[in-house]
Design a binder for this molecule. Structure first.
Ligand SMILES: Cc1ncc(C[n+]2csc(CCOP(=O)(O)OP(=O)(O)O)c2C)c(N)n1
Ligand code: SF4
Length: 267
């Protein structure tokens, strides 16, 4: 299949602002799926609400556009009833870790075979630039005009400690790495978390003097380093990117099947 076959061209042009990173995530996700050769009818994309969540409108998979913070709960239901399908859940940092934080940690703990993509632009884009749990201390937002006093979650540490069996981070600058990580995350049997650092030039960028969209993307080159690199050991301000966790762990739907078999045998 070609890239265009995975898109619903009738919904273009898309609604994202010029320079928004969400389009880069869509592009690379489609390329990863094309490389893997997965049929579009074998994919279900479930999203909540947010600029990031609108990605589900543009792909020609089975799609559910659900409610803010609850995409993983809907996806869990779909996966439990049709475990043979590939479930992909794109979320904003607010969708995934503020209102959806509880669903996130429990989906990770169960290790259900879903690919969760967290598009971290450090802000609530869709609703006008309120701070999120990933905005970070000292940053500005519509709701933090004198600077944010909340400390941020580290998505990778949170996902790892909650039990996710695949955890990775990349950025909209590192597009080849993003495609590679998406492929591995989709193939992984278990809960896969991919955090993508992505720019919102309209709110986070403008409020925090981060410059143009291009400057924000280039910034990801300078503030990140490969996981375990020498640079990371020497400079703790650098953000690591790459694959942090990739391990085999019993998967929820497979375990559930075993319980059904036991119950049918009556022991
Ligand atoms: C239950 C509920 N609460 C609040 C909202 C309003 N709301 C819509 S999107 C959103 C946050 C979006 O931010 P994020 O998830 O980070 O995605 P982004 O738009 O930045 O991609 C909020 C608070 C809502 N739709 N439903
Ligand atoms: S408000 Fe921000 S996140 Fe939303 S489309 Fe515009 S740039 Fe993207």
């Amino acid at each position: 299949m070609a890239v265009r076959d995975y898109l619903r061209e009738r919904f273009f042009p898309h609604m994202w602002c010029p320079g928004c990173g969400h389009g880069t995530v869509l592009n690379n996700l489609i390329r990863a799926i094309e490389n893997l050769g997965i049929e579009k009818n074998d994919i279900v994309m479930v999203s909540g609400i947010g600029c990031s969540a609108r990605i589900s409108g543009y792909v020609d998979f089975h799609t559910l556009h659900t409610i803010h913070g609850r995409a993983l709960a809907f996806a869990t239901g779909v996966k439990m009833s049709r475990p043979e399908l590939n479930l992909i859940v794109p979320m904003g940092d607010g969708d995934a870790l503020a209102i959806g934080g509880n669903h996130f940690i429990h989906a990770a703990r169960r290790n259900i075979d879903i690919t969760a993509i967290i598009m971290n632009n450090r802000i609530y884009g869709m609703t006008g630039g309120q701070f999120s749990p990933l905005t970070g201390y000292g940053k500005l937002a519509t709701t933090a005009p004198y600077s944010n006093i909340d400390h941020a979650f580290d998505t990778v540490s949170l996902a790892t400690s909650a039990g996710a069996s695949f955890v990775a981070r990349t950025t909209t600058y590192h597009v080849r790495q993003m495609v590679d990580i998406f492929q591995k995350a989709i193939l992984h049997k278990g809960f896969s978390v991919v955090e993508v650092l992505t720019q919102c030039p309209t709110y986070f960028g403008r409020k925090n003097g981060a410059g143009s969209a291009v400057e924000m993307v280039e910034g990801y080159k300078n503030i990140t380093t490969p996981v375990g690199s020498k640079a990371s050991r020497e400079n703790s301000d650098l953000i690591e990117r790459g694959i942090f966790i990739e391990k085999e762990l019993s998967e929820y739907c497979s375990e559930y099947d075993k319980i059904i078999q036991k119950a049918m045998k009556g022991n």
